[in-house]
Design a protein. Structure first.
Length: 669
């Protein structure tokens, strides 16, 4: 059968010599286009053959590429010989469909011998030139030749390899022109195998490069995870899909049961095998994408758009589940934030715009918490007509605010608040935060309409309840905490101006009360207790190279009494760590890095508000993060310490706290 095919192709070449020379040029162009992708194309061909195992092995006179997939039929042989003529088709059970991927190897060797099932044949330029009787440019992959003595010798050299790995098909490369790039073999990313249909083993024994990669699928009724295993390294990915669609997929990298951002190099579009297109977030997206012939870039035709839309729907469905209370997708939003890359932003813009459009259809009127208001009052204000992001969601997904900001979600503003303020009861600090914001925002354009509007708003806490300006006789009636907050955050001249415009008589020296804030209220403490072994369930995993916040997190996670410790730094809640103790108590910790326990530290207005609201459940953790890691705690700092306001973006400085420092044993009693 091979001889019949050989004669057929020789006759075609003799009948149209110019066309045959053109085929040689086309083949060369394809090989150049696929340069550095020969390995991945060979892997794809193995997967299309239904192989579970693929390998590349060097020997003295070349190298062999093998797989254990379906052996060749005569139709496969003919398809291999004809450029662009393949039995594969788009949307079928195979990945490739153009039939030109194998041509990527033509610059690697002058001879390619193929052993598959009942077939043994070779592609050899010298044999082709001899058969034609003309010394012209000829394509390598066109005319099949039967084995001669040299081919049989090559076959004998690789028999042991083929038998050892039980390969059904082997491509033997002899008379090598250019070795397969060592970089390509070394840098083959395990995650390139993530979306293949059949392959679960890749073996590389090429000169001094030894790699054995295994793909393990873990199917679960709730999700599908894939482990990529090489030596001691195990990389895990969560694969998400739509119902009844196993082609359009989104993959999230997992570490310690939490989603983490994939690397830049991994975060690419896949048309089953990886392209060079950056997804736009640190995830992987797979689908039936049209690519250029080299499979490096995506052409967004109708089929590609359909696949991409399905990928966006997968992400949106996950977000819907999260808003319905699914707390199992820890780290879900981390791949979508802090995307600073030199890669193309084509898909980033498309991805985020698509997410924005789809999310607004199911989360209407969502508002993000502004930095200047505390969380409890933000939730109370949003309880009527406005959708908020709950504390539980923030605790489980600290990056959620940053994610929604990237989608241009609106932040709760003064106009939103004033519409609902008369219908809610907030904390004293909450009213002070809102009134401070009004003064800062409207001090230069306080017109009559705004004044009349403000006069009807219940915003002034007093002994008689929450009053509006028309119900308030003078400033003496105002709650002391309210006045103290205003004095320490607002310019006195602006404050007096607003009181005057609102018709509130000032019967006290407001400015003087600045000095009354944070009176030192120290109580006797037990002597610091030394940490004992029983304090920890395991030794804290402190690393010198980690940040103070990360080391504090590891320290607290190791405590016997800690049920869970969450890093909520990204959420801007006014503290860094949230700890749930086994007794059900929740405490909040803001981490400050110091060189010594006598060095001053500062807190922001946001941290001050949280400390005020949480009282004895709020701690400042001072960390000396050097060779000898040390951590001490300050409980209820607003009550127990004396702070000095400095006009450095409104920070609060504390330089005297040594008597208030506590060991961890004391705060968990």
């Amino acid at each position: 059968m091979i001889d019949n095919l050989r004669q057929e192709f020789i006759q075609e070449a003799l009948a149209a010599p110019k066309l045959f020379k053109d085929l040689a040029k086309v083949e060369q162009y394809i090989a150049e286009s696929y340069k550095t992708r020969a390995l991945i194309e060979l892997i794809q061909n193995a997967d299309d053959a239904g192989a579970s195992k693929f390998g590349i092995h060097s020997f003295s006179n070349g190298f062999v590429v093998g797989n254990n997939g379906k052996p060749f039929t005569i139709s496969d042989v003919e398809a291999l010989c004809r450029s662009g003529s393949s039995n594969k088709y788009r949307g079928g059970e195979t990945i490739g469909y153009r039939g030109i991927g194998f041509k990527s190897v033509v610059n690697i060797a002058n001879v390619v011998n193929i052993i598959s099932g009942d077939f043994k044949f070779s592609f050899d330029r010298k044999k082709t030139i001899k058969a034609l009787g003309r010394d012209i440019d000829v394509p390598l992959i066109r005319i099949p030749h039967t084995f001669n003595e040299e081919d049989i010798k090559l076959e004998n050299e690789v028999k042991e390899i083929i038998s050892k790995f039980n390969y059904k098909t082997a491509f033997v490369f002899g008379n090598v022109i250019e070795a397969i790039s060592k970089d390509e073999l070394n840098e083959l990313d395990k995650s390139s195998l993530l979306f293949l249909n059949n392959l679960n083993e890749v073996h590389v024994n090429y000169r001094d490069i030894q790699r054995n990669i295994f793909v393990k699928h873990n199917f679960d009724k709730n999700n599908n995870t894939v482990q990529l295993i090489e030596n001691e390294s195990i990389e895990e990915w969560l694969i998400e899909q739509l119902e009844n669609n196993n082609i359009d997929l989104v993959a999230f990298k997992i570490e310690n049961n939490s989603i983490i951002p994939a690397s830049n190099e991994q975060s690419v579009m896949h048309s089953f095998t990886p392209t060079k297109e950056f997804v736009g977030a640190f995830i992987k997206i797979n689908g039936d994408y049209t690519t250029d012939p080299s499979r490096k870039t995506v052409d967004m035709d109708d089929l590609s758009k359909k696949s991409f839309n399905n990928a966006v729907n997968i992400i949106v469905n996950n977000i819907k589940e999260i808003f319905r209370g699914d707390m199992s997708k820890q780290g879900f939003f981390t791949p979508f934030i802090n995307i600073q890359t030199t890669e193309s932003t084509r898909f980033k813009n498309l991805l985020f715009k698509s997410l924005e459009v789809k999310i607004t259809t199911f989360i209407d009127n969502l508002r993000i918490k502004p930095e200047w208001i505390n969380f409890e009052d933000y939730e109370l204000i949003c309880s009527n007509e406005i959708n908020s992001i709950s504390r539980n969601l923030i605790s489980a997904y600290p990056e959620i605010f940053t994610f929604f900001k990237a989608l241009n979600t609106k932040t709760l503003n003064i106009n939103d608040i004033l519409k609902h303020l008369n219908n809610v009861n907030l904390s004293v600090i909450g009213y002070a935060e809102i009134f401070s914001k009004i003064i800062v925002q409207w001090r230069y354009d306080l017109d009559l309409n705004k004044i009349n509007q403000l006069k009807t708003i219940r915003i002034f806490p007093s002994d008689k309840g929450i009053l509006n300006a028309e119900q308030l006789n003078n400033s003496n009636e105002l709650d002391n905490d309210f006045i103290n907050y205003l004095n320490n955050n607002i310019d006195v001249a602006d404050l007096l101006l607003f009181f005057k415009k609102l018709g509130i008589e000032v019967n006290q020296n407001i400015e003087r009360k600045t000095n009354e804030i944070f009176e030192l209220n120290k109580t006797a403490k037990e002597s610091p207790l030394k940490n004992t072994q029983s304090t920890f369930k395991v030794p804290p995993a402190i690393k010198k190279w980690r940040s103070s916040e990360k080391n504090a997190l590891e320290y607290l996670k190791a405590l016997n009494v800690a049920l869970s410790v969450k890093d909520v730094t990204e959420a801007n809640l006014g503290y860094d760590l949230e700890i749930m103790l086994h007794n059900g108590k929740r405490i909040y910790i803001e981490v400050k890095s110091v060189n010594t326990f006598t060095e001053p530290f500062k807190i922001s207005n946001n941290e001050y508000s949280s400390a005020h609201n949480y009282g004895s459940d709020y701690f400042i953790a001072l960390v000396v993060n050097n060779d000898d890691f040390k951590i001490r705690f300050l409980q209820n700092p607003i009550k127990s310490l004396n702070f000095e306001k400095k006009c450095e973006r409104w920070s609060w400085f504390c330089g005297e706290y040594i008597d208030e420092l506590q060991q961890v044993n004391q705060i968990i009693q």
